[in-house]
Design a protein around this ligand. Structure first.
Ligand SMILES: [Zn+2]
Length: 173
């Protein structure tokens, strides 16, 4: 494992994965007592003239984070990331500039602009669906849209092939 690429899994107060941070930030959080170190990378150390620190593999926030703060904010960009730049109707992955966002329940029928009612759609699917529901248009969604707890950017980081063994317990389920 290359030191520069070493990352630390950040858990919330309830041991749920929250994010992935670089080891420098993890060390800073640990040194300033904002997190407890749950797992270490044995043998991976950084040294200062007076001390050496074993790099944290998993850290846990000491302070309880309110749900509202850790929720991923709604934005068009974050919807596209959540859906992995994939049309949620046909599964195509056109260039980013050709993706649209679609109101599952159309706005004209009271659908709001929120995590649960917005999906990524390619332009052809969006216009084909028009102001119908997925059922009416016979265009089933590939996944039910929900507010993500973690952005896909983080999830991708959690799924790298070399996920450290120290993380495994905390990523289960
Ligand atoms: Zn499509």
């Amino acid at each position: 494992m290359v030191l520069d690429n070493t990352r630390t899994l950040l858990l919330d107060n309830g041991y749920q994965p929250l994010s992935v941070v670089g080891w420098q930030r993890a060390l800073l959080l640990a040194i300033t007592d904002r997190v407890d170190v749950v797992e270490y990378y044995d043998g991976l150390e950084v040294r200062s003239p007076s001390r050496s620190f074993t790099l944290p593999a998993v850290i846990r926030l000491r302070q309880y984070l309110r749900q509202v703060r850790r929720a991923v904010p709604y934005s068009r960009r974050n919807v596209l990331i959540r859906d992995a730049l994939t049309c949620q109707y046909c599964g195509s992955q056109p260039p980013r500039g050709k993706l649209t966002i679609d109101h599952v329940l159309p706005r004209s029928r009271g659908g709001d602009t929120s995590w649960d009612n917005i999906v990524t759609a390619c332009a052809p699917c969006n216009s084909r669906k028009g102001s119908r529901t997925p059922a009416e248009a016979r265009m089933p969604l590939r996944r039910r849209p929900m507010q993500p707890r973690l952005l896909r950017e983080h999830r991708v980081a959690l799924r790298v092939p070399d996920v450290p063994e120290q993380w495994a317990l905390y990523l289960a389920g």
